[in-house]
Design a protein around this ligand. Structure first.
Ligand code: THU
Length: 135
């Protein structure tokens, strides 16, 4: 099991760049790649996949979450999201919510200011616990 003390950020950054170049972005021409370290040590990743029906485009994080679940699930420990230049990119609001579902408040997200906890990137997030509380 990995924890947020032994994160190879360089490896995650490389994995995010490696998948970013595979993005399907004929409309925005804005490729995004994202990679996460999972609690069991594996790395999952995703890139954005756009659509001629513009609003149906899938963000890179959608691909990552799909990859996470289809390869066995687990908890996201740390995430790196990059733009075309390999610079750290702050995931959009919807994607912070997607990441929160599988990483919770403690997941670390790399930013140009260094790693930040999810509860700083998405404070007061709505999540699975809220559904339980109202039962
Ligand atoms: N995009 C992502 O894939 N993830 C984000 O967190 C930010 C935005 C994509 C969506 C669209 O394909 C392109 O970037 C431009 O918005």
């Amino acid at each position: 099991m990995v924890n947020n003390q032994n994160i190879d950020w360089e490896k995650l950054h490389k994995a995010a760049i490696e998948i970013m170049v595979k993005a399907y972005v004929p409309y925005s021409k804005f490729p995004v790649g994202v990679a996460s370290l999972v609690s069991d040590g594996r790395i999952v990743s995703g890139c954005n996949v756009e659509n001629a029906s513009y609003g149906l485009g899938l963000c890179a994080e959608c691909g990552l979450v799909s990859n996470l679940i289809s390869t066995g699930g687990g908890k996201l420990i740390a995430t790196v999201c990059v733009d075309a230049k390999g610079n750290f990119l702050a995931p959009c609001g919807r994607c912070r919510q997607l990441l929160f579902e599988h990483g919770g408040n403690e997941m670390l997200l790399m930013t140009p200011d260094g790693p930040k906890k999810m509860n700083e990137m998405l404070p007061w997030a709505f999540g699975p616990d809220d559904l339980e509380k109202s039962k």
